[in-house]
Design a protein around this ligand. Structure first.
Ligand code: ZN
Ligand code: FE
Ligand code: FE
Length: 270
């Protein structure tokens, strides 16, 4: 898989809803022939008071330094796979400073920015799926994309993760959403963020990579770089679907993908 063999979206048991230790994910990466991987486990739920945080949705505050140390320590053992220190951070408006303080404290290679909440509703949580029946789907897509645009504009994130996650359970608006893709791609370009092609979409009712081909094409036209991720929550998901992701990326006209070190991006040919 060579240069395309990069999986920048791996979770671990620390986040409370993934299984497997880092060593198992790294062994799976080597077996899959990946050249570069990054852990991007869910940061603590910094946007909630400590007593309201759900240990099943993000690591504990006290676990974060240990997470960082372990990734850094495993770097040498990971060879020939190159290992990056990433994180997946929720975007919740009004809590930017708290997140900035966390991100400044550690030597992350990259930070994935994710919208998982709309007005406090965890819309990608299977336990809260009934929320869709109480809402207008077209309006929901507008809210989702405006949060995603705001997230990109904060400058806190390097990559916008699973950028049309709102389609996860297969709820699609009746109207044309091309304008949302176009505006969002333009804002990504202005903000200097990458777009993630995330294969988890293939494994949920949406049955489609995140983002949709039309959204990725809009990003390509605007010059937004791309990263790849499986969003593995189990070691056997490392690299899963990456060949499909790479095919869509190439078919969309990309000749390069992004690689990160110390939050600096470099483009590598695919
Ligand atoms: Zn997760
Ligand atoms: Fe996510
Ligand atoms: Fe994730």
């Amino acid at each position: 898989m060579a240069a395309g063999g990069r999986d920048y979206h791996l979770h671990t048991s620390l986040c409370g809803h993934a299984v497997g230790e880092m060593e198992e994910y790294l062994a799976a990466a080597e077996r899959a022939g990946l050249t570069e991987v990054g852990f991007s486990d869910h940061l603590p739920q910094y946007f909630l008071p400590p007593d309201q945080r759900n240990p099943g949705l993000g690591m504990g505050e006290e676990e974060l330094p240990r997470y960082v140390e372990k990734v850094l320590r495993l770097r040498e053992a990971a060879a020939p796979v190159r290992l990056k220190l990433g994180a997946e951070a929720d975007y919740v408006p009004g809590h930017e400073e708290a997140l900035a303080r966390i991100l400044d404290r550690y030597p992350f290679d990259y930070v994935l920015g994710s919208v998982h909440y709309i007005d406090g509703w965890g819309f990608d949580n299977p336990a809260l799926i009934d929320g869709y029946s109480r809402r207008d789907i077209g309006r929901l897509y507008e809210q989702y994309f405006s949060l995603l645009q705001a997230a990109a504009r904060t400058g806190l994130f390097d990559v916008m993760a699973h950028p049309d996650l709102i389609k996860k359970f297969g709820y699609r608006p009746a109207g044309d959403i091309t304008p949302l893709y176009e505006v969002t791609a333009r804002i990504f370009a202005e903000a200097g963020v990458c777009v993630e092609v995330n294969t988890a979409g293939l494994r949920v009712p949406a049955r489609e990579l995140y983002p949709a081909p039309g959204f990725l094409a809009a990003c390509r036209r605007r010059g937004v770089p791309v990263t790849l991720g499986s969003d593995a929550h189990r070691p056997d998901q490392v690299g899963l679907g990456l060949a499909d992701a790479l095919r869509l990326v190439r078919d969309s006209g990309f000749g390069e993908i992004a690689s990160f070190s110390g939050r600096k991006m470099e483009l590598v040919k695919i």
